[in-house]
Design a protein around this ligand. Structure first.
Ligand code: IPE
Ligand code: IPE
Ligand code: MG
Length: 241
């Protein structure tokens, strides 16, 4: 848990956007941006471990990203595979529990196996909970939760029933959402879970995002007043208790 002086921050969700533009600015192929983006993620995970953050959930590949040129999609799949293989031991040594979240059935069997092995290796780690959203979309997540309820024959459902069947049922909702790359949209990410998350947008392209910029986002977060529907006066009163 990170104390940002006013707030305790448990869960950060990130849309790592801007790899393609980072590469384009350097006259490099888009895939070079993705390679650089993986390095950035690696450093950010190290920093999150240092900070003793509870959970980090990053968007690596959306359901909609299958529509990209075939070559980019297959390069991305190769990169996921090699990053998993090269990083999993280090993650394990750092007590990180890794989970890939999304519809994994669309991945080829070797990627599915590598995911299964990495998750099994790190499942009992109680340090940083690292969720990598791959072939994930917020609408898909809500749909699969509803399908599970139908399958169970549930009739009288409430919010808690749906929440319990979402991919992220184990974690508290993200406190802070960060999107790099300048777009100010959610792009079908954690639609349910972001209901009361503080939203932080930066023009920095993902490969350029570093610990200093992360600190900037954390400081911004600590300046927010999280009211959850209450009034400012009520919040001030509560914080004095
Ligand atoms: C995010 O960067 C990575 C993925 C979606 C896989 P982009 O590839 O979307 O980069 P831009 O937005 O084109 O710059
Ligand atoms: C969102 O980025 C998905 C990931 C970062 C994995 P996109 O670049 O795909 O989002 P849009 O299409 O610009 O909204
Ligand atoms: Mg993008």
């Amino acid at each position: 848990m990170v104390n940002t002086s006013i707030h305790y921050l448990q869960h950060v969700a990130i849309i790592m956007d801007g790899n393609g533009r980072w590469a384009k600015k350097r006259n490099l192929p888009r895939v070079a941006g993705h390679t650089a983006g993986i390095k950035t993620l690696r450093k950010l995970i190290e920093y999150a471990v240092q900070l003793k953050l509870n959970a980090l959930t990053v968007f690596a590949f959306s359901t909609e990203n299958w529509q990209r040129p075939k070559q980019e999609v297959s390069k991305l799949m190769e990169l996921f595979m090699s990053a998993l293989q090269t990083e999993v031991d280090d993650l394990h040594a750092n007590n990180v529990c890794l989970r890939i979240v999304g519809d994994k059935q669309s991945f080829n069997s070797s990627l599915q196996n590598a995911i299964g092995e990495a998750e099994a290796l790190t499942i009992n780690n109680d340090g940083l909970q690292l969720n990598i959203a791959m072939n994930y979309s917020g609408r898909w997540d809500i749909l699969q939760a509803c399908r599970a309820l139908v399958k169970e024959g549930q009739q009288d459902i409430d919010e808690a029933d749906i929440a319990a069947r979402l991919c992220f049922s184990k974690y508290s909702d993200p406190d802070l959402f960060i999107r790099t790359g300048g777009e100010q949209r959610i792009s079908n990410y954690l639609l349910w879970q972001l209901a009361y998350t503080e939203l932080y947008f930066t023009n920095t392209l993902w490969p350029d995002f570093d610990s200093e910029q992360f600190n900037h986002a954390l400081n911004w977060f600590s300046s927010r007043e999280r009211r959850f529907g209450k009034t400012s006066e009520q919040i001030i009163e509560l914080s004095g208790d």
